[in-house]
Design a binder for this molecule. Sequence first.
Ligand code: ZN
Length: 238
Amino acid sequence: MPMFNGRFVQRLVVLTGAGVSAESGVPTFRDPDGLWEQYDPMDLATPEAFRRDPALIYRFYNSRRARLAGVEPNAAHLALARLQREFAGDVFLVTQNVDDLHERAGSPQVCHMHGELLASLCGACGNKRPTDQPFDGASACPACASRGSLRPDVVWFGEIPYFMDEIEARLADCDLFIAVGTSGLVYPAAGFVRTARASGATAVEVNLEPSDTASLFHLQRRGPATEQLPALVAELLS
Ligand SMILES: [Zn+2]
């Protein structure tokens, strides 16, 4: 059985956040072209903002979706995909990121708790569908044909993240919890370390800077995820 930090490890949960994709150049709310800099995230990522100015929200997400074509998975994404494929135990990957870089790196399982940029959700019939195309208020739902009901399938501020029951169950039954590139500011993800520790797991934080919940982790790996994660994965696979 694999060992880490002097203990046997059979079940892992890995949480990834914006820091992992930032190293690939995925813009979050601050686009390099400055197009969206004038906006507060609360004006771009809430149900209220969507009701108030749907055209703006469609433009913002169409722009983010189009930009994904120009970025590539980095060494951190690739290391996690390798861990999932080669680890002699169970690895559950949950991400706060809405891009598809884990999938493109070859990860066989990715739990998108904040949804996916490359998907639409119909407010009329609930249909979710992968798409790499722009859509807006004039687009028809491919399932129910209603117009004006499609939205990006992303979880906005004030909405409940997806798959929480499964995530909580995995956290309550893991030996090792690794959080990579997360700020520790956004709940419920910021609380995952507490759930994992309550079940006796070792907790490792991989981050450039100590996160807001850094003191709750047993081990810290400071530095870019593209350097720290391949090293950590090599340890876990050795
Ligand atoms: Zn529909």
